[in-house]
Design a protein around this ligand. Structure first.
Ligand SMILES: *[C@@H]1O[C@H](CO)[C@@H](O)[C@H](O)[C@H]1NC(C)=O
Ligand SMILES: *[C@@H]1O[C@H](CO)[C@@H](O)[C@H](O)[C@H]1NC(C)=O
Ligand SMILES: *[C@@H]1O[C@H](CO)[C@@H](O)[C@H](O)[C@H]1NC(C)=O
Ligand SMILES: *[C@@H]1O[C@H](CO)[C@@H](O)[C@H](O)[C@H]1NC(C)=O
Ligand SMILES: CC(=O)N[C@H]1CO[C@H](CO)[C@@H](O)[C@@H]1O
Length: 482
């Protein structure tokens, strides 16, 4: 695809950033295209605007007290392309003009909706296209013209003629006339990996360089197109389904890569069905995105990891909006019954408990946000309360200076985790066995301390909320017992 359609302005970035922060609190069901129907309201525009002004201010200072106009010019010159939009931004004198910002947002929405279709020609849910929930999200299709060819399939006729499961193994060994797939894969218990998760699972990340004046340069925005296409998630680097070496810090290691290393027959057999803002309440709406056939496919390991949004929400009465144990229990049973009808026999399902979000406040509130690093003037405590004030705080319970409230959130998280544990202990299913594990935050922090790190380094700097790559890496090591 050409780069032309990506001549976008930074205003979008920040607005979209806000929209995605907000989507961290809603559990609206959405399909590929609906995912891109951003709801933009005055509050987000205002926050986007404040962030813009803040970046411009920093730029005027970092570049020898240049004027706002010069700073804006500079920001524009860092952006790819020479589109009208860029000209428009360049011509902006009143950067807080709400109607104009709104217009810009609508434009990008149209660009994404009309010109960037998800490409899946044979309708098997697997694609040869990376972003927009293509192969960065689930294994790359090796024949997008045939619905019976996709990763994870049990081989047709031992793949003597064609690679029906896209693992790169097919054909017949001339020496003995035995198909390679049969020789190499039969009896090896090859299996795939699926993640049903929230933004932590999808590996949510906004590069802090985008917001930190001293680091802004032309290079900094070069990832922008891909990042937008992936909804600010980086599943290709994530700890469950990651497969590409990271360009956002650290190297990639994932359960998928380990399964693949152990057995090359598992190549490409991964699916991430994660969504920013997902929770047990929304699970039912998107579990149907999972592509697996009891009849035709190999077993899978399914990890259910909704680690925050059952407690986190942006509602004013945040406690009332938290998932209750009485809601969680039937929701989970319904989803598990569905999985039982879908998953091939011999699969595994792992339920991960909720993370304890008091970690966020305890470790972040006094530190400086990237927007405030230049002048040492914006702390996370201020950012959190600003977000609350604008009604876009992704987690009113934990990102709050009210410790009674933070404790209520933690108690609820513990209750919900214990429901998950109880289900894993008592329910039995024919297609899979069921396990529970706590979210190992304490163990991760402990390990990181041993390596000389500080807890705050385990949290995403831009939003002060999500886990970062270091965190994910330590978590994987802990889960894999090394
Ligand atoms: C910018 O101007 C302020 C006051 O006019 C001055 O204190 C500061 O040192 C200047 N910064 C730079 C980078 O020139
Ligand atoms: C595949 O392996 C199973 C057991 O490991 C064996 O019973 C079966 O005969 C094998 N099939 C072929 C076609 O090699
Ligand atoms: C990532 O890079 C490291 C070091 O260059 C290499 O050893 C590793 O195999 C790479 N991993 C992937 C998934 O490409
Ligand atoms: C803190 O939160 C609790 C629980 O929601 C609430 O009852 C209390 O009034 C709050 N305290 C303050 C100072 O806002
Ligand atoms: C390609 C892909 O994985 N698509 C699915 C990912 O998950 C969402 C729900 O979160 C589904 O709507 C997509 O179809």
């Amino acid at each position: 695809m050409g780069q032309d359609r990506w001549k976008v302005a930074p205003a979008f970035t920040f607005l979209l950033f806000i929209v995605f922060l907000l989507s961290g609190t809603s559990s609206a069901p959405s399909e590929r295209r609906k995912l891109l129907n951003y709801k933009i309201n005055q509050r987000h525009i205002c926050l986007g605007c404040v962030m813009m002004v803040s970046i411009i201010e920093q730029l005027t200072q970092a570049h020898k007290n240049s004027t706002v106009q010069e700073a804006l010019e500079r920001l524009c010159s860092y952006l790819p392309g020479k589109s009208n939009i860029r000209k428009k931004v360049r011509g902006l004198s009143n950067i807080c003009s709400l109607p104009l910002m709104k217009e810009l947002c609508e434009k990008i929405e149209n660009v994404i909706k009309n010109k960037l279709p998800f490409e899946d020609f044979d309708g098997d849910k697997f694609s040869t296209f990376p972003t927009l929930r293509g192969y960065h999200w689930r294994g790359r299709d090796c024949d997008d013209g045939m619905a019976s060819v996709y990763p994870g399939r049990r081989p047709d006729n031992w793949d003597a003629q064609q690679d029906s499961n896209c693992n790169g193994i097919w054909g017949i060994d001339r020496k003995d006339g035995i198909p390679y797939e049969q020789k190499l894969c039969n009896g090896t218990e090859s299996e795939g990996i699926v993640l049903l998760g929230d933004s932590a699972g999808a590996h949510f990340h906004i590069p802090p360089e985008w917001l930190t004046a001293s680091q802004i340069s032309w290079k900094v925005y070069s990832d922008l197109p891909e990042t937008l296409g992936n909804e600010f998630d980086w599943p290709q680097f994530s700890q469950i389904t990651g497969f590409l070496n990271s360009t956002i810090g650290g190297w990639t290691d994932s359960i998928y890569l380990r399964l693949r290393k152990r057995n090359r027959c598992n190549h490409r057999d991964y699916q991430n069905i994660s969504q920013n803002g997902a929770s047990s309440k929304g699970l039912w709406n998107f579990i149907s995105g999972l592509a697996r056939s009891q009849k035709f496919d190999k077993p899978v390991i399914v990890t259910y990891a909704m680690v925050g949004n059952d407690v986190c929400n942006g509602k004013a009465d945040t406690v009332a909006a938290m998932t209750t144990p009485e809601q969680l229990h039937p929701n989970m049973l319904k989803s598990l019954r569905y999985l039982n009808s879908l998953l091939p026999k011999g699969s595994h399902v792992i339920l991960v408990g909720l993370a304890d979000g008091t970690f966020l406040w305890d470790n972040m509130h006094g530190g400086y946000h990237p927007l405030g690093q230049l002048n040492k003037d914006i702390t996370y405590e201020q950012v959190y309360s600003f977000l609350t004030c604008l009604k876009v705080n992704p987690c009113n319970g934990w990102l709050s200076s009210n410790d009674t409230l933070r404790n209520i959130a933690t108690e609820r998280a513990l209750r919900l985790s214990s429901i998950l544990r109880g289900i894993a202990e008592s329910e039995k299913y024919a297609s899979f066995d069921l396990f529970y594990m706590d979210y190992p935050l304490k163990e991760i922090a402990e390990e990181w301390r041993k390596q000389g790190g500080g807890n705050w380094q385990l949290i995403e700097p831009v939003d002060g909320f999500h886990q970062n790559p270091k965190h994910a890496q330590l978590k994987l090591q802990w889960e894999c017992g090394m």
